[in-house]
Design a protein around this ligand. Structure first.
Ligand SMILES: [Zn+2]
Length: 325
């Protein structure tokens, strides 16, 4: 970290991260604009929850496809918990979709096989072409740092591929709803969209730049499963995305309790914060370029919303979380 680095007095963001401004002794530009915005409200959460229940009821009572929803299953505790919920509580026909990145650890794969077998859920495992993946990540990281894409660029590149494969599998199977395990630290609002315009804005903001990089660097992969087709997509047909963990009430303890009932132990998930072995490398790059942990932006968003950070149900005070990360 350079000598001139300034860190926000509220969160963990520092001024080496692109697009961040920090006043002399004040908060960062993100904290400043946040204090002017309305918070992610209880009302929003309740309305997302109601919408979710309505959609599910309509799905169950209507003409059903082979699959009601596609779940992006990573093998971590969050998506495993959601799979259990969709299957047992909501009685949905679920297609679980797991994308095997070369850097995924083997424990995640064991969990995927175990839970889909246990809950009798169909699953599609899609293995990435390793050579393409390495090339995409290697070139993408160089491009990302050159273009000041911020600390989480490694994860963003990987997510573009992983999410695109799941979207294309949903489209191929005619599935209208995709369920993700993203929680409120990974998304800025309860994602539950059905309007074409909402889908368009979301996909452009989330994947637009990386999609264009993909087209430029890998034209031979056009119209493959890695192509998001943003420029010719039929937004009407494109599935809606719902992230239940942004609006349902749950705790980590409850998750483990439910997963224990179907034969898992805490130990099966404990080292799997994001199921990926590349994090140390991405962190090394992120600290070298921005003096920051790769999750700095999402953790800081959490701190802005709550005023503190919770890890495994323990509240970390400001001094301690600064030390922790
Ligand atoms: Zn801040």
């Amino acid at each position: 970290m350079s000598l001139n680095t300034k860190t926000c007095k509220n969160c963990l963001i520092n001024n080496q991260i692109p697009s961040v401004g920090i006043n002399n002794n004040g908060p960062c530009s993100y904290c400043e604009s946040h204090s002017k915005q309305k918070d992610f409200s209880y009302k929003e959460k309740i309305s997302a929850r109601n919408n979710f229940d309505k959609i599910i009821n309509k799905t169950i009572l209507g003409k059903r496809n082979k699959y009601d929803v596609l779940l992006m299953l990573s093998g971590g505790k969050d998506s495993s918990y959601i799979l259990n919920l969709l299957k047992k509580q909501y009685k949905l026909n679920v297609l679980a979709c797991s994308v095997m990145r070369p850097l995924l650890n083997s424990k995640a794969l064991d969990n995927i096989v175990k839970i889909t077998k246990k809950l009798k859920v169909d699953f599609e495992i899609y293995p990435f072409e390793e050579k393409f993946y390495r090339n995409f990540l290697g070139k993408g990281l160089v491009w990302g740092y050159k273009n000041n894409m911020g600390p989480s660029i490694g994860c963003q590149l990987c997510c573009y591929l992983k999410d695109t494969v799941c979207f294309n599998i949903a489209l191929k199977n005619g599935v209208k709803i995709i369920v993700s395990g993203w929680d409120k630290s990974q998304s800025s609002s309860p994602i539950i969209f059905f309007k074409e315009q909402d889908k368009k804005e979301y996909l452009e903001n989330q994947y637009g730049e990386i999609y264009r990089l993909f087209l430029k660097l890998f034209p031979e992969y056009r119209n493959t499963i890695y192509d998001l087709n943003l420029d010719s997509i039929d937004y009407k047909e494109f599935p809606s995305i719902i992230s239940p963990l942004t609006f349902i009430d749950y705790s980590i303890d409850l998750m483990y309790k439910e997963l224990e009932k179907i034969g898992f132990s805490k130990h099966d998930f404990s080292p799997l914060k994001t199921n990926c072995d590349a994090l140390e490398f991405f962190n090394y790059l992120s600290y070298s370029y921005y003096g920051s942990h790769i999750n700095t932006m999402s953790i800081s968003r959490e701190i802005r919303k709550n005023g503190f950070l919770k890890i495994n149900n323990k509240v970390l005070e400001k001094k301690r979380f600064k030390k922790f990360y």
